[in-house]
Design a binder for this molecule. Sequence first.
Ligand SMILES: Nc1ncnc2c1ncn2[C@@H]1O[C@H](COP(=O)(O)OP(=O)(O)OP(=O)(O)O)[C@@H](O)[C@H]1O
Ligand SMILES: [Mg+2]
Length: 238
Amino acid sequence: MPTTAYNLLEISDLMAGYGRVTALCDVSLNVAEGEIVAILGANGAGKTTLLNAISGVVAPKSGSVAFLGSCIAGMKPWATNRLGLSHIPEGREIFPGMTVEANLKLIDVDGGGPKFTIDDVLALFPRLRERFAQLAGGLSGGEQQMLAIGRGLMACPKLVLFDEPSLGLSPMLTKAVLSAIRGLKDRGIASLLVEQNMRAALKIADRGYVLRVGRITAEGSAAELLESPDIQHAYLGL
Ligand SMILES: Nc1ncnc2c1ncn2[C@@H]1O[C@H](COP(=O)(O)OP(=O)(O)OP(=O)(O)O)[C@@H](O)[C@H]1O
Ligand SMILES: [Mg+2]
């Protein structure tokens, strides 16, 4: 297999927080091209802060964040988006007063990854085709999640940051969303996948890291993490 000189995403000794609150401390991790990497951790572990510090929603206090070999720490979200990073936030940012179609057409960014058209998004999430002319605010939680992911893909990312995509979804929709993420890998798109649903996440992930109170406490292949006797303990933060 060909090797690249750098990982798609390389984070070293990252510190981030809010005022005097330190939410991330000495976090180092990497994501290779086309890889799915899971970040597992209990409530308050720092998972959302990590994604925010990568995409630029939160400015890191110190440490380095490199994307495709270039430093992106401190860049604004619109700038990282243009480099090929799509962040699908926890709050499912969509425009509720606009139709599904308008929400998708509004994205005018080309991150340089595999091309995604509206038809590609509708093929990935057929449910959105039925809701195409409807206002996004009237969609179910699961449909809104699909739309949020669709919007992220319209920016043609090389890496997608998913913040708990299965949150609040039925087991069936969770399966659909996670298998869509798996499908992105087949198109060469990498994912950093924050999930509390550890088993579901590790089923599609190549590797994973456990975040506990702002620090990485374990890492390994998906199989290693699933088999580790300490992992549930560490993951639950007990
Ligand atoms: N805007 C903020 N201001 C101050 N502290 C914050 C803010 N956002 C998060 N924190 C704190 O930072 C820490 C990490 O929060 P973060 O939201 O990153 O955790 P998380 O792992 O995403 O949790 P969850 O699973 O509940 O989404 C927590 O202690 C939290 O209270
Ligand atoms: Mg969170």
